[in-house]
Design a protein around this ligand. Structure first.
Ligand code: SPV
Ligand code: MG
Length: 431
Protein backbone atom coordinates (compact mmCIF):
# COMPACT_ATOMS: atom_id res chain seq x y z
CA UNK A 1 0.00 0.00 0.00
CA UNK A 2 1.15 3.54 -0.79
CA UNK A 3 1.36 6.08 2.01
CA UNK A 4 -0.59 9.35 1.72
CA UNK A 5 0.08 12.15 4.17
CA UNK A 6 -1.95 15.24 5.00
CA UNK A 7 -1.65 17.71 7.86
CA UNK A 8 -4.55 19.42 9.63
CA UNK A 9 -4.36 22.79 11.31
CA UNK A 10 -7.99 23.16 12.31
CA UNK A 11 -10.42 23.05 15.24
CA UNK A 12 -13.41 21.94 13.18
CA UNK A 13 -13.60 19.19 10.58
CA UNK A 14 -15.71 20.42 7.70
CA UNK A 15 -16.55 19.21 4.20
CA UNK A 16 -13.22 20.55 2.88
CA UNK A 17 -11.22 18.28 5.18
CA UNK A 18 -13.47 15.29 4.49
CA UNK A 19 -12.98 15.85 0.80
CA UNK A 20 -9.20 15.73 1.26
CA UNK A 21 -9.42 12.52 3.28
CA UNK A 22 -11.70 10.90 0.69
CA UNK A 23 -9.35 11.88 -2.12
CA UNK A 24 -6.37 10.63 -0.11
CA UNK A 25 -7.98 7.21 0.38
CA UNK A 26 -8.03 6.75 -3.39
CA UNK A 27 -4.21 6.77 -3.41
CA UNK A 28 -3.38 4.57 -0.43
CA UNK A 29 -3.30 4.43 3.37
CA UNK A 30 -3.97 7.79 4.96
CA UNK A 31 -1.72 9.32 7.61
CA UNK A 32 -2.93 12.57 9.20
CA UNK A 33 -0.58 14.98 10.95
CA UNK A 34 -1.94 17.24 13.66
CA UNK A 35 -0.10 20.52 14.04
CA UNK A 36 0.92 21.23 17.65
CA UNK A 37 -0.31 24.36 19.45
CA UNK A 38 3.21 25.83 19.33
CA UNK A 39 3.43 25.41 15.56
CA UNK A 40 -0.14 26.55 14.94
CA UNK A 41 0.20 29.88 16.77
CA UNK A 42 3.38 30.80 14.94
CA UNK A 43 1.70 30.66 11.61
CA UNK A 44 -2.06 30.68 11.90
CA UNK A 45 -4.28 31.49 14.85
CA UNK A 46 -4.68 30.32 18.38
CA UNK A 47 -6.47 26.96 18.64
CA UNK A 48 -9.92 27.13 20.27
CA UNK A 49 -9.72 23.51 21.44
CA UNK A 50 -6.87 21.52 22.94
CA UNK A 51 -4.36 19.43 21.02
CA UNK A 52 -5.90 16.21 22.41
CA UNK A 53 -9.36 17.34 21.31
CA UNK A 54 -8.00 17.98 17.82
CA UNK A 55 -6.62 14.42 17.73
CA UNK A 56 -10.04 13.08 18.82
CA UNK A 57 -11.72 15.01 15.99
CA UNK A 58 -9.53 13.34 13.41
CA UNK A 59 -9.92 9.89 14.99
CA UNK A 60 -13.69 10.23 14.60
CA UNK A 61 -13.37 10.56 10.82
CA UNK A 62 -12.48 6.88 10.60
CA UNK A 63 -10.48 4.92 8.04
CA UNK A 64 -7.21 6.62 8.93
CA UNK A 65 -4.10 4.45 9.20
CA UNK A 66 -2.29 6.61 11.75
CA UNK A 67 -2.27 10.03 13.37
CA UNK A 68 1.08 11.79 13.71
CA UNK A 69 2.18 14.86 15.62
CA UNK A 70 3.62 17.53 13.35
CA UNK A 71 5.53 19.99 15.50
CA UNK A 72 6.73 22.30 12.72
CA UNK A 73 4.82 24.18 10.07
CA UNK A 74 7.31 22.99 7.46
CA UNK A 75 6.88 19.32 6.53
CA UNK A 76 10.46 18.23 5.75
CA UNK A 77 11.14 16.51 9.10
CA UNK A 78 7.94 14.50 9.10
CA UNK A 79 8.38 13.61 5.43
CA UNK A 80 11.88 12.28 6.19
CA UNK A 81 10.49 10.08 8.95
CA UNK A 82 7.30 8.85 7.29
CA UNK A 83 8.49 8.85 3.65
CA UNK A 84 4.98 9.15 2.21
CA UNK A 85 4.43 8.44 -1.48
CA UNK A 86 2.02 11.37 -1.63
CA UNK A 87 1.32 14.55 0.32
CA UNK A 88 -2.18 15.84 -0.28
CA UNK A 89 -3.42 19.40 0.38
CA UNK A 90 -5.96 21.93 -0.87
CA UNK A 91 -4.67 23.78 -3.95
CA UNK A 92 -4.87 27.08 -2.05
CA UNK A 93 -1.24 26.49 -1.09
CA UNK A 94 -0.07 27.02 -4.66
CA UNK A 95 0.16 30.77 -4.05
CA UNK A 96 0.09 33.33 -1.26
CA UNK A 97 1.21 32.79 2.31
CA UNK A 98 1.05 28.97 2.08
CA UNK A 99 3.31 28.69 -0.97
CA UNK A 100 6.60 28.40 1.00
CA UNK A 101 5.09 25.35 2.73
CA UNK A 102 4.27 23.70 -0.58
CA UNK A 103 7.81 24.49 -1.82
CA UNK A 104 9.23 22.86 1.30
CA UNK A 105 7.10 19.74 0.74
CA UNK A 106 8.10 19.59 -2.91
CA UNK A 107 11.82 19.73 -2.06
CA UNK A 108 11.47 17.02 0.58
CA UNK A 109 9.46 14.70 -1.71
CA UNK A 110 11.86 15.23 -4.62
CA UNK A 111 14.60 13.56 -2.56
CA UNK A 112 13.02 10.18 -3.22
CA UNK A 113 10.40 10.72 -5.91
CA UNK A 114 7.30 11.40 -3.75
CA UNK A 115 4.47 13.43 -5.26
CA UNK A 116 2.14 16.26 -4.24
CA UNK A 117 -1.60 15.97 -4.86
CA UNK A 118 -3.32 19.36 -5.03
CA UNK A 119 -7.05 19.00 -4.41
CA UNK A 120 -9.33 21.88 -5.48
CA UNK A 121 -9.89 23.95 -2.32
CA UNK A 122 -13.44 23.88 -0.98
CA UNK A 123 -14.78 27.45 -1.14
CA UNK A 124 -18.27 27.26 0.30
CA UNK A 125 -20.44 29.58 2.35
CA UNK A 126 -20.46 27.02 5.17
CA UNK A 127 -16.66 26.75 5.29
CA UNK A 128 -16.39 30.56 5.27
CA UNK A 129 -18.91 30.78 8.11
CA UNK A 130 -17.00 28.23 10.20
CA UNK A 131 -13.80 30.25 9.79
CA UNK A 132 -15.62 33.42 10.82
CA UNK A 133 -17.14 31.67 13.85
CA UNK A 134 -13.72 30.54 15.08
CA UNK A 135 -12.45 34.11 14.83
CA UNK A 136 -15.52 35.41 16.69
CA UNK A 137 -14.90 32.91 19.45
CA UNK A 138 -11.25 33.94 19.76
CA UNK A 139 -12.34 37.57 20.10
CA UNK A 140 -14.78 36.88 22.95
CA UNK A 141 -13.61 38.29 26.33
CA UNK A 142 -13.51 34.93 28.11
CA UNK A 143 -11.30 33.40 25.40
CA UNK A 144 -9.14 36.42 24.66
CA UNK A 145 -8.43 37.29 28.29
CA UNK A 146 -6.80 33.97 29.21
CA UNK A 147 -4.72 33.76 26.07
CA UNK A 148 -1.76 35.74 27.42
CA UNK A 149 -1.25 33.19 30.20
CA UNK A 150 -1.60 30.38 27.67
CA UNK A 151 0.99 32.00 25.42
CA UNK A 152 3.39 32.38 28.32
CA UNK A 153 3.50 28.62 28.60
CA UNK A 154 3.65 27.99 24.85
CA UNK A 155 6.09 30.60 23.61
CA UNK A 156 9.78 30.99 24.51
CA UNK A 157 9.03 34.73 24.54
CA UNK A 158 5.69 36.45 23.93
CA UNK A 159 6.15 39.00 21.16
CA UNK A 160 4.01 42.06 21.63
CA UNK A 161 3.53 45.04 19.35
CA UNK A 162 2.04 48.46 20.01
CA UNK A 163 -1.37 49.25 18.53
CA UNK A 164 -3.54 52.33 18.93
CA UNK A 165 -6.35 51.97 16.38
CA UNK A 166 -8.32 49.45 14.37
CA UNK A 167 -5.82 49.76 11.52
CA UNK A 168 -2.70 49.18 13.64
CA UNK A 169 -4.62 46.34 15.32
CA UNK A 170 -5.11 44.75 11.91
CA UNK A 171 -1.39 44.98 11.21
CA UNK A 172 -0.65 43.21 14.51
CA UNK A 173 -3.33 40.64 13.77
CA UNK A 174 -2.51 39.84 10.18
CA UNK A 175 1.20 40.22 9.65
CA UNK A 176 2.72 36.77 9.18
CA UNK A 177 6.25 36.45 7.86
CA UNK A 178 8.10 33.53 6.38
CA UNK A 179 11.84 33.93 6.88
CA UNK A 180 14.61 31.33 6.73
CA UNK A 181 12.05 28.52 6.50
CA UNK A 182 10.18 29.65 9.63
CA UNK A 183 6.86 31.41 9.97
CA UNK A 184 6.27 33.99 12.64
CA UNK A 185 3.73 36.52 13.81
CA UNK A 186 3.05 38.70 16.85
CA UNK A 187 1.43 37.08 19.86
CA UNK A 188 -0.08 40.04 21.65
CA UNK A 189 -0.81 43.77 21.46
CA UNK A 190 0.29 46.66 23.67
CA UNK A 191 -1.94 49.67 24.17
CA UNK A 192 0.83 52.15 24.90
CA UNK A 193 0.08 55.33 26.82
CA UNK A 194 2.72 57.10 24.73
CA UNK A 195 1.31 56.08 21.35
CA UNK A 196 -2.35 56.29 22.34
CA UNK A 197 -1.70 59.85 23.55
CA UNK A 198 0.45 60.70 20.51
CA UNK A 199 -2.26 59.48 18.13
CA UNK A 200 -4.53 62.04 19.78
CA UNK A 201 -1.88 64.76 19.61
CA UNK A 202 -1.56 64.80 23.42
CA UNK A 203 1.45 64.46 25.74
CA UNK A 204 2.06 61.19 27.61
CA UNK A 205 1.17 62.55 31.06
CA UNK A 206 -1.99 60.61 31.97
CA UNK A 207 -3.95 63.38 30.28
CA UNK A 208 -5.93 61.11 27.97
CA UNK A 209 -8.62 59.83 30.32
CA UNK A 210 -9.62 56.19 30.85
CA UNK A 211 -12.87 56.55 28.91
CA UNK A 212 -10.86 57.54 25.86
CA UNK A 213 -8.23 54.83 26.46
CA UNK A 214 -11.02 52.22 26.70
CA UNK A 215 -12.42 53.54 23.42
CA UNK A 216 -9.06 52.74 21.80
CA UNK A 217 -9.17 49.23 23.26
CA UNK A 218 -12.66 48.80 21.86
CA UNK A 219 -11.59 49.90 18.37
CA UNK A 220 -8.74 47.37 18.47
CA UNK A 221 -10.90 44.58 19.89
CA UNK A 222 -13.55 45.04 17.22
CA UNK A 223 -11.17 43.84 14.49
CA UNK A 224 -8.67 41.54 16.22
CA UNK A 225 -8.44 38.34 18.25
CA UNK A 226 -4.99 38.61 19.89
CA UNK A 227 -4.59 39.31 23.60
CA UNK A 228 -4.07 42.83 24.88
CA UNK A 229 -1.65 44.21 27.45
CA UNK A 230 -2.76 47.63 28.63
CA UNK A 231 -0.33 50.36 29.67
CA UNK A 232 -2.06 51.62 32.81
CA UNK A 233 0.52 54.38 33.55
CA UNK A 234 0.66 54.79 37.36
CA UNK A 235 -2.75 53.18 37.80
CA UNK A 236 -3.89 56.49 39.35
CA UNK A 237 -5.47 56.63 42.80
CA UNK A 238 -5.98 53.24 44.42
CA UNK A 239 -9.68 54.08 44.68
CA UNK A 240 -9.77 54.59 40.90
CA UNK A 241 -7.42 51.74 40.01
CA UNK A 242 -9.83 49.08 41.23
CA UNK A 243 -12.46 50.35 38.80
CA UNK A 244 -9.94 50.25 35.96
CA UNK A 245 -9.07 46.63 36.77
CA UNK A 246 -12.73 45.66 36.90
CA UNK A 247 -13.46 47.31 33.52
CA UNK A 248 -10.42 45.91 31.73
CA UNK A 249 -11.07 42.40 32.97
CA UNK A 250 -14.71 42.57 31.87
CA UNK A 251 -13.65 43.81 28.42
CA UNK A 252 -11.33 40.83 27.95
CA UNK A 253 -7.99 42.60 28.31
CA UNK A 254 -5.32 40.14 29.55
CA UNK A 255 -3.04 42.34 31.62
CA UNK A 256 -2.44 45.82 32.93
CA UNK A 257 1.05 47.11 33.60
CA UNK A 258 1.31 49.86 36.20
CA UNK A 259 4.48 51.79 36.96
CA UNK A 260 5.73 52.77 40.40
CA UNK A 261 5.58 56.52 39.94
CA UNK A 262 3.43 59.22 41.57
CA UNK A 263 2.46 62.77 40.84
CA UNK A 264 2.60 64.08 37.30
CA UNK A 265 3.77 61.11 35.28
CA UNK A 266 6.17 61.79 32.41
CA UNK A 267 7.32 59.28 29.84
CA UNK A 268 10.12 57.09 31.19
CA UNK A 269 12.35 57.67 28.20
CA UNK A 270 12.94 61.23 29.53
CA UNK A 271 14.54 59.63 32.61
CA UNK A 272 15.88 62.25 35.01
CA UNK A 273 15.78 65.01 32.39
CA UNK A 274 12.35 65.81 33.86
CA UNK A 275 11.13 65.68 37.45
CA UNK A 276 9.65 62.25 38.16
CA UNK A 277 8.81 60.81 41.55
CA UNK A 278 8.89 57.13 42.39
CA UNK A 279 6.14 55.76 44.59
CA UNK A 280 6.98 54.25 47.98
CA UNK A 281 7.18 50.47 48.07
CA UNK A 282 4.38 50.35 50.68
CA UNK A 283 1.95 52.47 48.70
CA UNK A 284 2.62 50.72 45.40
CA UNK A 285 2.20 47.32 47.06
CA UNK A 286 -1.13 48.50 48.42
CA UNK A 287 -2.20 49.40 44.88
CA UNK A 288 -1.18 46.00 43.55
CA UNK A 289 -3.03 44.19 46.37
CA UNK A 290 -6.16 46.28 45.87
CA UNK A 291 -6.16 45.36 42.17
CA UNK A 292 -5.63 41.70 42.94
CA UNK A 293 -8.48 41.70 45.46
CA UNK A 294 -10.98 43.16 42.99
CA UNK A 295 -9.95 40.84 40.13
CA UNK A 296 -12.55 38.17 39.35
CA UNK A 297 -10.60 35.65 37.28
CA UNK A 298 -7.13 34.12 37.45
CA UNK A 299 -6.70 34.97 33.79
CA UNK A 300 -6.23 38.70 34.27
CA UNK A 301 -2.68 39.76 35.17
CA UNK A 302 -1.51 42.79 37.12
CA UNK A 303 2.09 43.47 36.19
CA UNK A 304 4.25 45.82 38.24
CA UNK A 305 6.69 48.05 36.40
CA UNK A 306 9.84 49.16 38.17
CA UNK A 307 11.30 52.56 37.37
CA UNK A 308 14.39 52.33 39.59
CA UNK A 309 16.85 51.95 36.69
CA UNK A 310 15.16 54.74 34.70
CA UNK A 311 15.42 57.04 37.73
CA UNK A 312 18.97 55.86 38.51
CA UNK A 313 18.09 54.50 41.95
CA UNK A 314 20.29 51.46 41.44
CA UNK A 315 20.01 47.72 40.95
CA UNK A 316 19.48 46.91 44.64
CA UNK A 317 16.46 49.20 44.76
CA UNK A 318 15.07 47.58 41.59
CA UNK A 319 15.50 44.08 43.00
CA UNK A 320 14.09 44.97 46.41
CA UNK A 321 11.01 46.44 44.74
CA UNK A 322 10.61 43.45 42.44
CA UNK A 323 10.50 41.08 45.40
CA UNK A 324 8.12 43.31 47.34
CA UNK A 325 5.76 43.69 44.38
CA UNK A 326 5.68 39.93 43.77
CA UNK A 327 4.92 39.41 47.47
CA UNK A 328 2.08 41.92 47.17
CA UNK A 329 0.60 39.77 44.39
CA UNK A 330 2.07 41.11 41.14
CA UNK A 331 1.62 38.54 38.37
CA UNK A 332 4.66 39.80 36.51
CA UNK A 333 7.47 42.34 36.67
CA UNK A 334 8.36 44.83 33.98
CA UNK A 335 11.86 46.21 34.27
CA UNK A 336 12.64 49.29 32.22
CA UNK A 337 15.86 50.98 31.15
CA UNK A 338 16.75 53.87 28.87
CA UNK A 339 20.36 52.77 28.37
CA UNK A 340 21.49 51.73 24.90
CA UNK A 341 23.41 48.83 26.39
CA UNK A 342 21.13 45.99 27.54
CA UNK A 343 23.57 45.00 30.32
CA UNK A 344 21.63 46.48 33.25
CA UNK A 345 18.47 44.72 32.09
CA UNK A 346 20.36 41.43 31.84
CA UNK A 347 21.94 41.99 35.27
CA UNK A 348 18.48 42.55 36.72
CA UNK A 349 17.09 39.41 35.09
CA UNK A 350 19.96 37.26 36.29
CA UNK A 351 19.71 38.52 39.89
CA UNK A 352 15.90 38.32 39.95
CA UNK A 353 15.88 34.79 38.54
CA UNK A 354 18.27 33.60 41.29
CA UNK A 355 15.40 33.72 43.75
CA UNK A 356 12.34 33.73 41.46
CA UNK A 357 12.23 31.24 38.62
CA UNK A 358 8.63 31.72 37.56
CA UNK A 359 7.24 35.26 37.78
CA UNK A 360 7.12 36.53 34.18
CA UNK A 361 9.55 39.31 33.29
CA UNK A 362 8.54 41.94 30.73
CA UNK A 363 10.92 44.26 28.88
CA UNK A 364 10.53 47.12 26.40
CA UNK A 365 13.72 47.26 24.32
CA UNK A 366 13.27 50.71 22.77
CA UNK A 367 16.69 52.05 23.82
CA UNK A 368 18.55 48.74 24.18
CA UNK A 369 17.41 47.65 20.75
CA UNK A 370 20.42 45.53 19.72
CA UNK A 371 19.38 42.60 21.87
CA UNK A 372 17.50 39.82 20.11
CA UNK A 373 14.39 38.00 21.28
CA UNK A 374 16.42 34.79 21.69
CA UNK A 375 18.97 36.50 23.91
CA UNK A 376 16.19 38.00 26.03
CA UNK A 377 14.48 34.62 26.36
CA UNK A 378 17.79 32.95 27.31
CA UNK A 379 18.15 35.51 30.09
CA UNK A 380 14.75 34.74 31.56
CA UNK A 381 12.57 37.37 29.84
CA UNK A 382 9.04 36.16 29.04
CA UNK A 383 7.41 39.10 27.26
CA UNK A 384 9.00 41.56 24.86
CA UNK A 385 7.07 44.69 23.92
CA UNK A 386 7.84 46.70 20.80
CA UNK A 387 6.18 49.70 22.37
CA UNK A 388 6.23 52.47 19.80
CA UNK A 389 7.83 51.34 16.53
CA UNK A 390 4.58 51.32 14.50
CA UNK A 391 3.80 54.90 15.45
CA UNK A 392 7.37 56.04 14.87
CA UNK A 393 7.50 54.45 11.43
CA UNK A 394 4.16 55.89 10.31
CA UNK A 395 4.85 59.45 11.41
CA UNK A 396 7.89 60.25 9.20
CA UNK A 397 6.21 58.56 6.23
CA UNK A 398 3.07 60.67 6.63
CA UNK A 399 5.02 63.86 7.25
CA UNK A 400 7.13 63.33 4.11
CA UNK A 401 3.97 62.77 2.06
CA UNK A 402 2.47 66.02 3.40
CA UNK A 403 5.72 67.89 2.56
CA UNK A 404 5.83 66.48 -0.99
CA UNK A 405 2.17 67.27 -1.70
CA UNK A 406 2.87 70.88 -0.74
CA UNK A 407 6.08 70.92 -2.78
CA UNK A 408 4.77 69.40 -6.03
CA UNK A 409 1.15 70.62 -5.90
CA UNK A 410 -0.03 67.19 -7.01
CA UNK A 411 -0.01 63.58 -5.80
CA UNK A 412 1.97 61.86 -8.57
CA UNK A 413 5.40 62.17 -6.89
CA UNK A 414 4.27 60.45 -3.71
CA UNK A 415 2.24 57.70 -5.34
CA UNK A 416 4.98 55.06 -5.68
CA UNK A 417 5.47 55.14 -1.88
CA UNK A 418 1.81 54.57 -1.10
CA UNK A 419 -0.12 51.42 -0.32
CA UNK A 420 -2.32 50.67 -3.33
CA UNK A 421 -6.00 51.35 -2.61
CA UNK A 422 -6.74 47.73 -3.56
CA UNK A 423 -4.49 46.50 -0.71
CA UNK A 424 -6.12 48.75 1.87
CA UNK A 425 -9.51 47.45 0.84
CA UNK A 426 -8.41 43.82 1.10
CA UNK A 427 -6.87 44.44 4.55
CA UNK A 428 -10.30 45.31 5.83
CA UNK A 429 -12.77 42.46 5.57
CA UNK A 430 -16.48 43.01 5.26
CA UNK A 431 -18.83 40.85 7.28
C1 SPV B 1 4.56 53.34 26.56
O1 SPV B 1 4.66 52.75 25.49
O2 SPV B 1 3.73 54.22 26.76
C2 SPV B 1 5.43 52.98 27.67
C3 SPV B 1 6.76 52.39 27.39
O3 SPV B 1 5.08 53.22 28.78
S1 SPV B 1 7.89 53.71 27.39
O4 SPV B 1 7.44 54.71 26.45
O5 SPV B 1 9.18 53.16 27.03
O6 SPV B 1 7.93 54.26 28.75
MG1 MG C 1 3.42 54.46 28.91
Amino acid sequence: MKKVYTCFCTDIIHEGHLNIINEAKKYGEVYVGILTDEAMIKFDRFPTITFDERIELVKKIGGIKDILIQDKIMYDDIIKTLRPDYVIHGDNWKSGKLKPIRDNVERALNEYGGKIIDVPYTYSERVKRIDAQIKEKLAMPEYRRKRLKQLLSLRPIVKTIEVHSGLTGLIAEKTVVEHDGEFDQFDAMWISSLCDSTAKGKPDIELVDMTSRFRTIDDVMEVTTKPIIFDGDTGGLIEHFVYTVRSLERMGVSAIIIEDKTGLKKNSLFGNEVVQTQDTIEHFCEKISAGKKIRLTDDFMIIARIESLILEKGMDDALMRARAYVNAGADGIMIHSRKKDPQEILDFCRAFRESDKTTPIVVVPTSFNTITENELAENGVNIVIYANQLTRSAFPAMEQTAIDLLKYHRAKEVDSRLLPIKDIISLIEEL
